[in-house]
Design a protein. Structure first.
Length: 117
């Protein structure tokens, strides 16, 4: 879904706008063709689940506005799957997590455009 640089840039734009509206600080982002990695800082009063709900909802809405043709692929309006993974930085240093996300993002430069099946 996010294989095109234009779509990744649009998603990054709507995610950062949504994060700003909800006082969520994105410290690192990695947008892969089929999933997203985010390292965020939350207010102490905001749960991880609430942050995921806000970011997924706002980014879905924003992407459907920017790309109406997404409705053809997702006619029920569900851009994101129900599942997600979230964790606190505690067992590892934040810099290690941020580097991992940054390096995952850089892997896109090495992925073939049309991989052989």
């Amino acid at each position: 879904m996010f294989g095109k640089a234009e779509h990744r840039n649009d998603l990054r734009e709507v995610l950062f706008a949504a994060a700003k509206r909800h006082n969520i600080e994105i410290t690192e982002s990695g947008i892969m063709p089929d999933h997203v990695h985010l390292v965020v800082r939350l207010k102490p009063t905001m749960s991880q689940s609430e942050a995921v709900r806000l970011l997924k909802g706002a980014s879905s809405y924003g992407m459907f506005l920017k790309h109406p043709n997404y409705r053809l692929r997702y006619p029920k309006g569900h851009l994101w799957s129900c599942g997600n993974f979230k964790d606190s930085v505690g067992r590892v240093q934040q810099s290690v997590v941020e580097r991992y996300v940054r390096e995952q993002n850089n892997l896109l430069d090495f992925l073939p455009r049309n991989p052989a099946l």
